[in-house]
Structures are given as structure tokens and as C-alpha cells.
Write a protein that binds this ligand. Structure first.
Ligand code: ADQ
Length: 456
């Protein structure tokens, strides 16, 4: 079996105890690398003190070699905070209004991708299979091809691909699409994303779909496919079952008393629909007074990308909004919204999901959304909660038991909350079973295996 080489912006390197940061993607890729032996290269997350990024640091643990590079301050500003997170992220989430295009940052993005290729090149062997992840690294295959590498190279996009009318507003869209054609296989989360990608190629006269997933562009034929990412379903369900004994979970359970718990868990990001979600919760309490004092909405939201101005502003706005709603609808003995900006260990998170009668997942746009899947996996099969899910999350394509909502429709979400909270046990069980069966059949290992089989 050929060696697997994974490249992603960040690398989840195990800490000194040998424990890797938990998370489905890390676990699945790690398992694939363990099996074949392999190399995982990416940014260390550190910024170098000088204008030089310093040497590549490699560390071999068992069959896996981790290769980490620092980046300079300029690199991080232009490549990561700049083009990746101020242009590609908003564009791919249909937020043309938030894209801030600057040529200097775009040049930095391509430069850092070339730099990653230069770091990778001396480590590559001719029959390595290379799997590159996400929007930060789209040009990487093109850079490797320019250096003469003929290896199989696959790419998986974790976020949505937008329709042509949005993508074409990005000044370098042609170069980005041409970069993707340098891969052998490009994977998307949903059929919708693949269709959008093909639509963009067609609109620009840059290529067309052939049979069996093959795509013809000016100079190459490559493949596009749909590989919906899953979670480690069984392991997560086990965490949740065991979490009842966890002190934090026990304390949380005591603190909500006999109230019904609604849970939201998201990185702080404008794509997650948090403002509309808090509005919807307020509308729900005001519109269904029987629930006054009878529900708690726990929103767990670790800060992310605070160096991007929109994120910093949103952080302040959300805290204010949650405070205002609590002030206006709360009572002396009832705080309706618990809004928390921290990361929670996965076993505890699993236990909190299981305590909640409703999982409220309402992104305005999301590649897949693993929280929706984790919430389902964590439920007690004898007394499961209900998932209220945005129709614009990739997960909506497969979570057939969820109550689907339009995340912009605040009243619609309020109504779905009332339906979820009043849902009889039999219907809850039926709906949960449908989604859980899908999660068991399509877990993250299957996603990884399917992609690598097709790439190979
Ligand atoms: P994200 O945008 O990060 O991922 P998501 O899929 O929901 O979104 O994954 C978030 C992960 O972070 C989940 O595993 C969740 O449990 C964890 N998390 C969130 N808040 C947490 C907290 N407070 N404490 C601990 N853990 C927390 C991108 C795309 C998604 C796509 C994934 C995977 O935007 O659409 O599903 O990649 O492909």
C-alpha cells in the first residue's frame, strides 16, 4: 500500500501524553495514517519572531511523521487572516457582503501555498498518495505539479462551494478553479456543492462534466465527487452514555432543575446564524408563554479568529444580545440564556448534548455541521431529544429525522422549538432512529475510506 501524505492548515499533533486533540477528522485521518504509515504536514500555529519561518520540525510517533512549519507574521496576516478567512470563507458561505479582497493578501495566499509545496517536496516519494484539506490550500497541487510531481493528489473541501453568481465576484476565481483542476480527485460535502462547482466551470467556459464523475477542463481531466463527512458515531455515543457520572454534567443537570434544556454549540462565526437563533429563542418564549421559566437555552460558543475585525465585532454584539434578552424576558429566579465562550472537553460535551431535549443547529450556511451529528449520536435511545436543523447545513441532506428550519425565519424556528418540546416520545424515538441509522452507516471512517479508495 502506498504511503499517505496529509496536508492541512493545522496539524493535530498528539501532546506529551500521546493524546491527540479529539475531533472526528483528526481521529479518522490519524487512523488512516496509522494503517498505511504516513506523513502529516501543516502550520504549527506559531508565528516566527523574524522574517524567516525557520526550519521544518518533524516528529515521528509510531508509523506517523508529523511535519510542522512556523509562518512569518506577514504570511499569517496575508494567507490565513487575509485571503483564506476574509475572502474565501465569506465567499464560500455566500457572504459577498463580507468579502474584503486585497491583491496583496491574495498574493500572500499563493506565496504561502508555494512555501508549503517547497517544505513538502523533499519529503515526498514517487508513489505517495497526497490528500490536501480545505480552502486554505487550494493552490497546493498546482505548485507541486509545477515542481514536476506526478503523484496522486486529492483535495477535500470542508466548506460549501457557492453558486456562480457569487464565486464570479471574486477577482481570482479563475485561478482558484484552475488550481482545483490540478488534483486527481476533488471531494465536496454535498451534491449541491458539486453542482455549484460544475455550474461555475460551465458559466466561465472553463470545463464540463463527462461521465462517472470525470470533469474535462482546458488541459486536464480530473474527478469530482461527493463525500459527506461523518463523526465517530459509536465512540461518541459511548462518551455520552458514560458522561452521566461526570461532575460537570451532573452539576449542570442539577442546575437546570426540571427545566427543559435547549443546546447550541458552535464556533463563534457569522455563518452559524447565532443572532437569528437568539432572536428565535426570544420569540419562542414570548410567543409560547407556557414555557416561561420552563426552559434553559445553553449556547456554548468558543471564540475564533478574533484577529478578523468582523469576528471581534460579532463577539461583542452577541454578548450584548444575550444580555439584553435575559434582561427583558428573564425573572429573578430564571436566566433564560446561558451564553458561554469556552471550549468543552468532548466527553463532557457529549454528556451536555444528552441532557438537552432539543439540539438547536441553525447555520445560515454550513459545509456539513458536525454538531448536528454529535447531538444525535449522544442521545439516549429510550428518551431521545429532537434536532432542529437549518436546511442550509450540509447535514440536512442526511439527517432525515430532524425538524428542518429556514435559519432566517425567526418565527419558523420559534414554532419548531415548540413542536420539538411538545413532541411525544414515540415520534422522538422514530425520528432519532432514522438519523442515527444514517450516522452509524456513514461514519467518519467510511468517509475517509471512500475518499481514499476513489483517489487510489
Ligand atoms: P466547523 O465550522 O468548525 O467545521 P462543525 O462541523 O460544526 O463546524 O464542527 C465543529 C466542531 O467543533 C465539532 O466537532 C464541535 O463539537 C466542536 N466544538 C464546537 N464548539 C465547541 C466547544 N465549545 N467545545 C468543544 N468543542 C466544540 C468545518 C465546516 C463544517 C464541517 C467541518 C468538517 O465549516 O461545515 O462539518 O469542517 O468537515
Amino acid at each position: 500500500m502506498s504511503r499517505l501524505v496529509v496536508v492541512s492548515n493545522r496539524v493535530p499533533i498528539p501532546d506529551k501524553t500521546g493524546a491527540a486533540p479529539a475531533g472526528g477528522l483528526a481521529v479518522a485521518l490519524e487512523a488512516a495514517l496509522q494503517e498505511r504509515g504516513g506523513l502529516w504536514l501543516g502550520w504549527s500555529g506559531q508565528t516566527s519572531e523574524t522574517d524567516e519561518p525557520g526550519p521544518l520540525r518533524t516528529e515521528t510517533l509510531g508509523p506517523i511523521t508529523y511535519a510542522l512549519t512556523d509562518l512569518t507574521r506577514t504570511d499569517v496576516d496575508e494567507y490565513y487572516f487575509g485571503f483564506a478567512n476574509r475572502v474565501l470563507w465569506p465567499i464560500c458561505h455566500y457572504r459577498l457582503d463580507l468579502a474584503e479582497y486585497a491583491r496583496r493578501e491574495m498574493a500572500g495566499y499563493f506565496r504561502v501555498n508555494r512555501f508549503f509545496a517547497e517544505r513538502l517536496a523533499p519529503l515526498l516519494q514517487p508513489d505517495d498518495v497526497i490528500w490536501i484539506h480545505d480552502y486554505h490550500l487550494i493552490p497546493l497541487a498546482g505548485e507541486l505539479r509545477r515542481m514536476g510531481f506526478k503523484n496522486r493528489i486529492g483535495f477535500f473541501l470542508h466548506i460549501p462551494w457557492p453558486p456562480a453568481d457569487i464565486l464570479l465576484a471574486m477577482p481570482v476565481h479563475e485561478e482558484i478553479m484552475r488550481s482545483l483542476s490540478q488534483y486527481d480527485l476533488v471531494g465536496f460535502q454535498t451534491d449541491h456543492d458539486l453542482e455549484n462547482f460544475l455550474g461555475c466551470l460551465k458559466r466561465e467556459g472553463m470545463g464540463q462534466a463527462l461521465d462517472e464523475g470525470r470533469i474535462q477542463t482546458e488541459d486536464r481531466i480530473f474527478r469530482g465527487g461527493v463525500y459527506s463527512i461523518g463523526i465517530e458515531t459509536s465512540a461518541f455515543a459511548e462518551f455520552a452514555e458514560k458522561a452521566a457520572g461526570n461532575p460537570t454534567v451532573r452539576r449542570t443537570k442539577r442546575s437546570i432543575e426540571d427545566r427543559k434544556l435547549i443546546i447550541g454549540v458552535d464556533r463563534l462565526d457569522y455563518s452559524k446564524g447565532l443572532t437569528q437563533r437568539i432572536d428565535a429563542f426570544e420569540r419562542f418564549v414570548v410567543g409560547y408563554p407556557a414555557y416561561h421559566g420552563k426552559v434553559t437555552f445553553l449556547q456554548i460558543t468558543p471564540k475564533s479568529r478574533s484577529e478578523v475585525p468582523e469576528y471581534e465585532a460579532m463577539q461583542r454584539a452577541l454578548a450584548e444580545q444575550a444580555g439584553r434578552v435575559n434582561g427583558s424576558i428573564g425573572a429573578v429566579d430564571w436566566v433564560p440564556i446561558r451564553y458561554i465562550n469556552r471550549s468543552i472537553a468532548r466527553p463532557v460535551l457529549a454528556g451536555l448534548y444528552r441532557l438537552a431535549r432539543v439540539g438547536l443547529v441553525t447555520p445560515l450556511r454550513d459545509g456539513m455541521n458536525l454538531v448536528a451529528k454529535e447531538y444525535i449520536a449522544a442521545q439516549d435511545p429510550e428518551d431521545p431529544g429532537v434536532l432542529v436543523l437549518s436546511r442550509f447545513a450540509g447535514a440536512a441532506r442526511s439527517m432525515k429525522g430532524a425538524l428542518l428550519v429556514n435559519p432566517y425565519d425567526v418565527e419558523g424556528i420559534a414554532h419548531a422549538l415548540s413542536r420539538a418540546l411538545a413532541m411525544p416520545l414515540d415520534e422522538r424515538k422514530d425520528r432519532w432512529r432514522v438519523s442515527m441509522d444514517d450516522l452509524l452507516a456513514n461514519d467518519v471512517t467510511r468517509w475517509c475510506d471512500d475518499f481514499l479508495r476513489d483517489l487510489g
